[in-house]
Design a protein around this ligand. Structure first.
Ligand code: FE2
Length: 138
C-alpha cells in the first residue's frame, strides 16, 4: 500500500517515481521492487547540508538548500514543497552549477518540504517555523 506523494527509486536504472494516487500494489522496475525513499531528518553536518531552508525576501518566499555541492557528480536534483493537505505541490528540478532555490507561493509548514540529492537521497525539513502564521520575517 502506497501513500500519496511517497517517492520510490529503482536502484538498477535510476527511475524515480512519486505516488499521485495510492494503490495496493508493489512498485516493480527492472524486475525488482523499487526502494521507498524515506525522508531523512538529521542534525549532523551531513544533515545540515541537505536540509531545505526557508528564506523570505520582501514579500517573496523561497526554499533553498544552502552549502551543498552542485557539481556533475553530486548535486540537488529537485526541491519539492506541498501544502499540509498535499493537494498543492510545487517542484523544481536543478542541474549542476545551478542555485538550488525555488520560489514558493504558499506558506510552508514543518515536514512539508523535501529535497533529493543524487548521492544522499531524500531529506526533509522538520523545523517548525516560528512565524508560520503569516509573519514572513525570520
Ligand atoms: Fe548530498
Amino acid at each position: 500500500m502506497t501513500i500519496k506523494l511517497q517517492i520510490y527509486k529503482c536502484n538498477i536504472c535510476g527511475n524515480i517515481v512519486q505516488i499521485l494516487n495510492p494503490g495496493d500494489g508493489n512498485l516493480i522496475c527492472c524486475g525488482q521492487e523499487m526502494e521507498h525513499l524515506k525522508i531523512q531528518y538529521d542534525n549532523s553536518e551531513l544533515g545540515e547540508k541537505h536540509t531545505p531552508k526557508y528564506t523570505f525576501k520582501e514579500n517573496e518566499k523561497f526554499v533553498s538548500v544552502i552549502g551543498h555541492p552542485m557539481t556533475t557528480e553530486h548535486y540537488i536534483q529537485f526541491i519539492e514543497t506541498y501544502t499540509r493537505d498535499k493537494n498543492e505541490v510545487h517542484i523544481k528540478f536543478f542541474y549542476p552549477d545551478e542555485l538550488p532555490e525555488m520560489n514558493i507561493t504558499f506558506m510552508p509548514e514543518a515536514n512539508d518540504t523535501i529535497e533529493y540529492c543524487n548521492i544522499h537521497k531524500l531529506w526533509g525539513n522538520n523545523v517548525m517555523l516560528e512565524n508560520e502564521k503569516g509573519d514572513f520575517s525570520i
